[in-house]
Structure formats: structure tokens, C-alpha cells
Design a protein around this ligand. Structure first.
Ligand code: CAO
Length: 435
């Protein structure tokens, strides 16, 4: 005899509308009592929802991103009489009136739950400390999503001794805690990277703590990952943009009312695209195992935008098919939305190469960090008038500083220099962009 059992969200305290972060079951799965079936996330905590019954999953009623509260139906499970496991201390002879109810359930799904108590949602505790040796604990018990998350952070999940989820399952928080521990340990476990010692600055004077914005924290993690993984070299160069500037100024003077101001950046994008077409290895990414180069036939350009919350990189798609005016329009719209915090994740994905322009602010040179898995980034500083020797005399020319950082695993130094020179040549004579 079998019964259809509804698995619902139990009492989760005063919290409601909790988001489903992971669904760990699918129809047909055979599950055990207390096995984690869903992971829920509120603002304050992450909770595992254990199965209140063993059996075969018939239907899953929620998906990632759904909001659930106490009583929300998560799934239905078909269980045989033997599978209806009740915790030993609660096992009691069935009350005489319960038996017919259970039998009725068999004929008329969805049935009432048999007398069975829903186990409470498990609020996570931080994962236990990792031994400094970074010892591998055997086969890690984690969902595909958690494994993917660990991979993204470059964490070998096998080094996490035990998860804080039901039955030692490794959860996202465990991976995050592992990374934190590795970053703060005296010597990073296995990596041998000494950490910056913690200092009590209040010993030296008054201090105030200011939490970093989410964007800043994520950017920090991303930058550290790139810094540790990529051997980077920065090639500096200069473009003579005297003529280009004269043309740009004339375009801005002729602008009709309401027309957007054209900054040097639109021309720099055009020159970069031409150089990428000439040197396809710059429009590429290295495969994850480092064995091959994936050449891209599309040209999406990321633009680093400084916002009150930190740095974001929206992407101009198919920039090679856009005119100067279209590029200006799109940059204005993307940087405006970036500063209002209105960019969608899709707006920041798929870039082939990034430009980081500090030209509006100042400076003469800097060394930007590659936005991996891209293989290079073009930094631009402020153009200034310089005396340039033409073989006979010094002439005042407007010179634009260019800083190209590249992944040395993919780009050789000679190609780096050629690429910067190509950009400088295109900017020096923008008629060449027409060829
Ligand atoms: N040389 C001289 N002047 C320049 C210049 C350059 N390289 N680049 C821009 N300018 C001028 C513009 O023409 C404009 O002049 P006016 O005010 O006289 O018209 C002024 O500087 C301001 O330009 P802008 O910065 O507003 O516009 P932009 O198109 O050059 O850049 C954007 C747009 C979004 C890239 C920029 O605003 C920004 O956020 N830059 C910061 C990027 C950053 O933080 N990078 C660091 C990341 S870590 O690598």
C-alpha cells in the first residue's frame, strides 16, 4: 500500500516569503527521511529543508527564486507503508481513526498527510574549522550548484572537511567560510600566501568602520582571483590624437540641440575594434584547462564605469556594427543605468575586451587588471599636449596615454607592443578606420 505525502515548509520562526535558493530533488528521486530537499535563503539566514518523509518524489512544486512561507507545498512524495518513517520517539501505535484516513488517501490523491511531524528547517551554523594542512576529507557531499559555486571561486571542494547542512552536506555558506578562512589564515592553506596581519588601528588614533558595498566586495574577490591566476604584463604607449580631437571638437560644435557630447572614448572603441580584427588572439579566451584558445567572432566591448557603489563593467554588444553616434548613445545609457544601479546581469556579460578610461579624471598612466576570462584590457589616461620631435623640430601634439594589460599566457610581449601600436596608428589617422 502506498500513500501520497505532501512535503511542506514547517514553522520557520517569524520569517515569511523566503526565497528558494536551490532545489535538490526532482520527480522520480528516491529520498530518505531528513534528506535536504530544498535550500531557502532569507536576508538573514540560509536554511535547509529536510524531507519529512522517505519515498519517491512525484511532483516538485517549487523552483529556484520562488518565495515560500510556513505551509507552502514543496513537493509530493509517494511512500509505501514501510517507508513512512516516524522518528523513534514519536512512533506510536496508530490511533484507530487514523487508519481509514490513510487508506482513503491511497484512492484520492492528493491525500492528507499521514500523522507525521515535519522536521524543522535547519538553520546553518558556520562550517567547522579547516585544518591548516588543508587535508582532503574524501568524497565531498554537495549539490551541483554548490560545486559550481566552489569551482567559480577556484575552491577544491574536497578540502572542505564537513558541511553544515544535513548529514554534513556542503552548502554555499561553507564554501564562503572556507574562502574566508583561507584568506585570513596565517598562511593560506596549501597556497602558501602569507596574509596581511590584523591590526588594531584604534591603538594609533580614532577610527570608524565602514562596510564595503556588495559591488566592492565582489569586485575585490574577482580582482584577487585574476591577480593570483594570470601572469599580467602592462604595455604602455601613446597615440597622437591631435587630428582626431580637432574632428571630434568640430562634430560637437555642429551637434544639433539635444545631441549627446562625443567624448574621445567612442573613437578609442573604434580603434580598439580595428586592432582586434587585425590581431584575433586579443578577441579570445583561454579554455579552462589552458590547452586551447577560444577565438570569438563577435565583438562585445566592456566599459568600466565608476559608480557611487563601486566599479561595474557593462558591455556594448556588437560594437563593431555601431556608428560613433550609436556608441555614444549606448555608453550614455549604460553608464547612466550603471550609476543608478539599474544594470541587469545580462548587461554585464559576454565582453570580449574591456576599456578602462580614466581620461575624464586625469593621470598619466596606470596598470589595469585584466577582466578575465578576457585576455587583455585597455587603460586610457588623460591626453595632454606634448612637444613631439618630427625630425626637424618639436611640434605641440595632443598625446593620449594607452596602457594595455594582457595575459602573458596568451599574448607575447611583441604582440602586446604591436597591438598598442596598431591602436595608436588608428587613432593617429582615423581615416584608416574606414579601410
Ligand atoms: N583625455 C582627455 N580628456 C578626456 C579623455 C581623455 N582620455 N577622456 C575623456 N575626456 C574628457 C571628455 O571629453 C569630457 O570632457 P568635457 O567635459 O570637456 O566634455 C570629460 O573628460 C569627461 O568625460 P567622461 O569621463 O564623462 O566621459 P567618457 O566618455 O570619457 O567616459 C566613462 C565615460 C563611463 C568611462 C567614465 O565616466 C568612467 O566612469 N570612467 C571611470 C572608469 C574607471 O573607474 N576605471 C578604473 C577601473 S579599474 O581599472
Amino acid at each position: 500500500m502506498s500513500f501520497l505525502i505532501e512535503l511542506k515548509v514547517p514553522d520557520i520562526g517569524n520569517v515569511s516569503d523566503v526565497e528558494v535558493a536551490e532545489v535538490l530533488i526532482e520527480p522520480g528521486d528516491v529520498i530518505e527521511l531528513d534528506q535536504t530537499i530544498v535550500i531557502m535563503e532569507s536576508d538573514k539566514a540560509t536554511m535547509d529543508l529536510p524531507a519529512s518523509a522517505a519515498g519517491t518524489v512525484e511532483e516538485v512544486k517549487v523552483k529556484v527564486g520562488d518565495s515560500v512561507s510556513e505551509g507552502s507545498l514543496i513537493a509530493t512524495v509517494r511512500a509505501s507503508t514501510e517507508e513512512i518513517a516516524v522518528p523513534p520517539e514519536e512512533k506510536q501505535p496508530p490511533a484507530p481513526e487514523e487508519q481509514p484516513q490513510a487508506e482513503a488517501a491511497e484512492q484520492k490523491p492528493p491525500a492528507e498527510e499521514p500523522a507525521q511531524k515535519q522536521p524543522p528547517a535547519v538553520q546553518r551554523q558556520p562550517a567547522p574549522a579547516i585544518p591548516a594542512s588543508g587535508k582532503v576529507s574524501g568524497k565531498a557531499h554537495a549539490s551541483p550548484a554548490v560545486r559550481r559555486f566552489a569551482r567559480e571561486l577556484g575552491v577544491d571542494i574536497g578540502r572542505i572537511e564537513k558541511g553544515s547542512g544535513a548529514k554534513g552536506r556542503i552548502l554555499k555558506d561553507d564554501v564562503k567560510n572556507f574562502v574566508k578562512q583561507v584568506m585570513t589564515a596565517g598562511v593560506a592553506a596549501g597556497a602558501g600566501i602569507p596574509s596581511i596581519p590584523e591590526v588594531d588601528f584604534s591603538r594609533f588614533g580614532e577610527t570608524e568602520e565602514q562596510p564595503l558595498s556588495k559591488i566592492k566586495r565582489l569586485t575585490g574577490q574577482g580582482m584577487t582571483r585574476v591577480w593570483l591566476n594570470l601572469p599580467m604584463v602592462t604595455q604602455h604607449g601613446e597615440a597622437d590624437i591631435t587630428e582626431m580631437e580637432a574632428f571630434r571638437q568640430s562634430l560637437n560644435t555642429q551637434q544639433t540641440e539635444g545631441g549627446k557630447k562625443i567624448t574621445p572614448l567612442a573613437f578609442i572603441i573604434k580603434a580598439l575594434l580595428a586592432a582586434m580584427r587585425q590581431y584575433p588572439q586579443f578577441n579570445a579566451s583561454l579554455s579552462a584547462d589552458g590547452s586551447k584558445l577560444i577565438l570569438k567572432k563577435y565583438f562585445h566591448i566592456g566599459i568600466a564605469v565608476d559608480t557611487p557603489n563601486g566599479l561595474v563593467v557593462p558591455v556594448i554588444r556588437d560594437a563593431d556594427r555601431k556608428s560613433i553616434i550609436e556608441l555614444v548613445d549606448e555608453m550614455t545609457s549604460l553608464s547612466g543605468r550603471a550609476r543608478q544601479g539599474k544594470l541587469l546581469p545580462d548587461d554585464m556579460q559576454g565582453g570580449c575586451m574591456t576599456i578602462s578610461s580614466l581620461g575624464g579624471i586625469g593621470g598619466t598612466a596606470f596598470t589595469p587588471i585584466v577582466n578575465a576570462p578576457e585576455v587583455a584590457i585597455l587603460g586610457v589616461s588623460r591626453a595632454s599636449m606634448k612637444p613631439v620631435w618630427n625630425g626637424q623640430e618639436f611640434l605641440p601634439r595632443l598625446m593620449l596615454p594607452l596602457d594595455l594589460t594582457y595575459d602573458h599566457r596568451v599574448i607575447d610581449g611583441a604582440d602586446g607592443a604591436r597591438f598598442v601600436m596598431a591602436i595608436a596608428d588608428y587613432l593617429g589617422d582615423i581615416r584608416r578606420l574606414l579601410l
